[in-house]
Ligand binder design. Structure first.
Ligand SMILES: NC(=O)c1ccc[n+]([C@@H]2O[C@H](COP(=O)([O-])OP(=O)(O)OC[C@H]3O[C@@H](n4cnc5c(N)ncnc54)[C@H](OP(=O)(O)O)[C@@H]3O)[C@@H](O)[C@H]2O)c1
Length: 303
C-alpha cells in the first residue's frame, strides 16, 4: 500500500492505550469547550491532571469545567483562560496569563480549530481558518516554549488532520485573494503549515526533555463546521455524523501521546490516533518548513 493511503489501514488498527498517572501535572488544553479538545480535557483530568482550559467562550468553559468535576475529573484544579484564536492579541494576553499563573506547564494540547466553506478575513487581514488553525496555536506554543522546556519532561500535542492531504498551501497567496477559495483546501493549507513547522519546534526542544507531536484525532462527531451555512450543517448532521465515531477515542489517543511511557522522547512525528504515520510529501518538505517557520513568526509578530 502506498504511504499516502496508509491512513486507511491505520484507522482500523487497534490503538495503543495507557494508564499512566498525570497526578501533579498541569495541562493547557485549547478548544476544550467541544469535541476533540473537550474529550482530551476530560481524559487528562481522569488521569489526575490539573487543567487550564483556553477558550473563547467563558460561560461554555465554565459548563465544561463543572461537567469534568462532576464526572471522572473530580478533584482536579481547572482554570479558564480566554482567547479568541481569530485575534492574535488575545492569544498573546492568554499566554501572558498562563505564564503568570502556571509555574509549570507539563502538557499542551492544541485542539482549537475550525472549517469554513467561505473565505473570511480576520480584523488583522489573515484568512480566518489559517489564523485559527495555524497562526494562533503557533503563537501560543512559541510563547509557552521556554516554560514547557523548563517543566520537562513535558509534551506538546498538536491536533492536526488527515485533511492536510487536501493540499492548498501557497505561501504567495495565504489569504486566498488570487485563488478560488474552497473550504477543504483552506483547511488543508492550515494543517500543512502546522505539520511543516513541527520539525522546527522539535529541533528547538531537542535535548530539553520536552517533545512535540501532531496527530489526526480520528473521524469523530463534533461541532466542527457548525459556523457554516444551513445546507452544510444539515448535510453534516444528517449524513456525515452517522459515519463518525465518539470523540472519546480522540481523548484516549491524546492522553496516550501526552502520558504513555512508550511515547517518551518521541518528537516531531505525526500519528493517526496513536499509530505513527508518514504525512503527505507536501507536508514534510524541510526547506519549505523553514520558510513557513519564518513567515509564521513574522505574521504573528515574533520575527
Ligand atoms: N472531528 C474530527 O473528526 C476531526 C478530524 C480531524 C481533525 N480534527 C481537528 O480537531 C480539532 C478540534 O475540532 P473538533 O472536531 O473537536 O471541532 P469542534 O467540536 O468544533 O471544537 C473546536 C474547538 O475549537 C474552538 N474554537 C473554534 N474557533 C475558535 C476561535 N476563534 N478561538 C478559540 N477557540 C476556537 C471551539 O470553541 P467554541 O466551543 O467556542 O466553538 C471548540 O472548543 C480541530 O483542530 C480539527 O481540525 C477534527
Amino acid at each position: 500500500m502506498p504511504d499516502e493511503l496508509r491512513f486507511l489501514e491505520n484507522k482500523r488498527k487497534p490503538q495503543r492505550t495507557t494508564d499512566a498517572s498525570l497526578a501533579g501535572k498541569r495541562c493547557v488544553v485549547t478548544g476544550a469547550t467541544s469535541g476533540v479538545g473537550m474529550a482530551a480535557a476530560e481524559r487528562l483530568a481522569a488521569a489526575g491532571a490539573d487543567l487550564v482550559l483556553v477558550c473563547r467562550d467563558r460561560a461554555k468553559a465554565e459548563r465544561v469545567r463543572a461537567e469534568i468535576l462532576a464526572g471522572r475529573g473530580r478533584g482536579a484544579d481547572i482554570g479558564i483562560v480566554a482567547a479568541d484564536f481569530s485575534d492574535l492579541e488575545t492569544v498573546r494576553n492568554a499566554a501572558a496569563e498562563l505564564l503568570a499563573s502556571c509555574p509549570r506547564i507539563d502538557i499542551i494540547v492544541n485542539s482549537a480549530g475550525m472549517h469554513s466553506t467561505t473565505r473570511r478575513l480576520t480584523t488583522a487581514g489573515h484568512e480566518l481558518v489559517f489564523c485559527v488553525n495555524h497562526l494562533a496555536p503557533f503563537l501560543l506554543t512559541s510563547l509557552l516554549l521556554e516554560r514547557i522546556k523548563a517543566s520537562a519532561p513535558s509534551r506538546i500535542v498538536m491536533v492536526n488532520s488527515e485533511g492536510h492531504r487536501f493540499g492548498g498551501l501557497d505561501l504567495d497567496d495565504l489569504d486566498w485573494s488570487r485563488r478560488h477559495y474552497t473550504g477543504l483546501r483552506s483547511y488543508g493549507a492550515s494543517k500543512i503549515a502546522q505539520l511543516l513547522v513541527l520539525p522546527e519546534f522539535a529541533q528547538r526542544l531537542a535535548g530539553s526533555g520536552a517533545t512535540i507531536n501532531a496527530m489526526h484525532p480520528g473521524d469523530v462527531r463534533s461541532n466542527i463546521g457548525q459556523n457554516n451555512g444551513f445546507l452544510y450543517r444539515a448535510f453534516k448532521t444528517v449524513v456525515i455524523d452517522r459515519f463518525l465515531k465518539d470523540p472519546a477515542i480522540s481523548g484516549e489517543a491524546i492522553y496516550w501521546l501526552a502520558a504513555a511511557p512508550e511515547a517518551e522522547g518521541v518528537s516531531g512525528k505525526y500519528f493517526y490516533l496513536t499509530i505513527e504515520e508518514k504525512p503527505a510529501a507536501h507536508a514534510v518538505d524541510g526547506a519549505l518548513g523553514k520558510r513557513v517557520w519564518e513567515l509564521s513568526r513574522s505574521l504573528v509578530g515574533l520575527a
